[in-house]
Design a protein around this ligand. Structure first.
Ligand code: PLP
Length: 399
């Protein structure tokens, strides 16, 4: 079996993108500027400068308006909670609508808001990997809050946000609309203002920043109640000292990404890396679960290896220096097959045979080809092991 000399190769970037060593070195030199942004001395004001500049670049990254509010949070989970619970308090109608494909930090919050407030929580029906937009009329009628993701974290499928928002504005004009854009940002254009949505969520560690920072970007004029009691940071919407090192790293990661050709440049590099992985895998092994005719973010592929346990394959690939995942990072390790894949129509067995490959935009395309080859070899070996185990007769069967 081939060994990988450059490991680990991150083909699990949707779990976390990883921080480049250049960025760590660059930031280490500036660690002295990480004061408390609420302090009035110079160190505090330097930190405030970093935090405010970073808000600007986040606005431009998600296509927000100049006056839209960027609220720093600890990550996207907190941002989703803040927005959905906050919007539910502001909404004029007691119906919350989301999709069955959402991350748990959306779907569980929507369910809880429904249960605790006596609201009805409705799910837009699925049609395979897609949303059934034909049934939108009856689902969205009377909605107060709507939350739909931009790109799926497990399959990479891109939901038609512009079309969806247009339809929702016609059917439920007063609804507050939120888009969890975590897996779309930096991979495809994000157009908060053009879409006309009220809030967008971002996660720093999915973009090459340190973990510990996320953002709720909320349309100017909307003020949500904070979830935490404490100081008056973030215009009262999120108490607590801002995570300055993580915010600084996000600023640098987004600036670097602009210097390297922005979304188009990054998407092209990701697409090349994903294509190299699939080529390394070979033509006859693995089945793409999302039909190629459907749009996906350029870095993600959901691949099924019939007869091979995805969990075993993750471990085998890891031993050879390739990071992949079975389902999403937050649900892997659970016994349940992926609800996203089951909703899309896969059987439990098929879902358990499916891995997620999500590449970075690093320039070593050959490494991704090699990663594909390693995964193919691991899958082949596991498949042979299963077949030979099945061929051996169990002593119980002989009785
Ligand atoms: N939303 C989506 C679509 C995600 O993929 C994730 C993480 O995988 C989250 C939200 C939560 O992000 P965080 O890890 O920043 O809390």
């Amino acid at each position: 079996m081939q060994q990988n000399n450059f490991f680990p190769i991150n083909c699990d970037a949707n779990a976390t993108f990883g921080v480049s060593s250049e960025l760590v070195q660059e930031l280490a030199a500036e660690a002295g500027s990480w004061g408390n942004p609420s302090s009035i001395h110079q160190s505090g004001q330097r930190a405030r400068g970093i935090v405010e500049e970073a808000r600007e670049i986040v606005r431009s990254t998600v296509g927000a308006g100049h006056r839209d509010t960027v609220v720093w949070t600890s990550g996207a989970t907190e941002a989703n909670n803040l927005i959905i619970r906050g919007f539910a308090r502001l909404a004029r109608h007691s119906v919350i609508v989301t999709s069955p494909f959402e991350h748990p930090s959306v779907i569980e919050v929507a369910r809880q808001v429904g249960e605790q407030s006596g609201w009805s929580c409705r799910l837009i029906p699925a049609r395979g990997h897609e949303l059934d937009l034909d049934s939108l009329g009856e689902i969205v009628e009377g909605a107060g809050v709507i939350s739909v993701m931009l790109a799926n974290n497990e399959t990479g499928y891109i939901y038609p946000i512009a079309e969806l928002v247009q339809a929702v504005r016609r059917i439920a004009p007063g609804a507050l609309i939120h888009v969890d854009a975590v897996q779309g940002i930096g991979r495809i254009p994000v157009k908060m203002a053009d879409w006309g949505v009220d809030a967008v969520t971002l996660s720093g560690h999915k973009l090459g920043a340190f973990p510990g920072v996320g953002a709720a970007i909320i349309r100017a004029g909307i003020v949500v109640d904070g979830e935490l009691l404490g100081g008056n940071q973030e215009s009262g919407m999120r108490a607590g000292t801002q995570p300055v090192p993580a915010i600084h790293s996000l600023h640098r990661a987004l600036s670097r990404f602009e210097e390297m050709g922005g979304v188009a440049g990054r998407a092209a590099r990701m697409a090349a890396n994903r294509a190299a992985f699939l080529e390394g895998l070979g033509p006859d092994i693995g089945v793409l679960t999302v039909p190629p005719a459907l749009p996906t973010v350029p870095n993600t592929a959901s691949i099924r290896f019939p007869g091979v346990s995805a969990d075993y394959l993750v471990v085998a690939a890891d031993l050879h220096g390739v990071l992949i995942s079975s389902g999403s990072a937050c649900s892997s390790g659970t016994q349940r097959p992926s609800p996203v894949l089951i909703t899309a129509g896969l059987s439990e067995q098929e879902a358990r045979e499916t891995i997620r490959v999500s590449v970075t935009d690093s320039c070593d395309v050959e490494n991704f080809w090699r990663a594909g080859q390693i995964v193919a070899e691991c899958a082949g070996r596991l498949c042979r092991m299963v077949k030979s185990a099945q061929a051996e007769k169990s002593p119980f069967e002989e009785r």
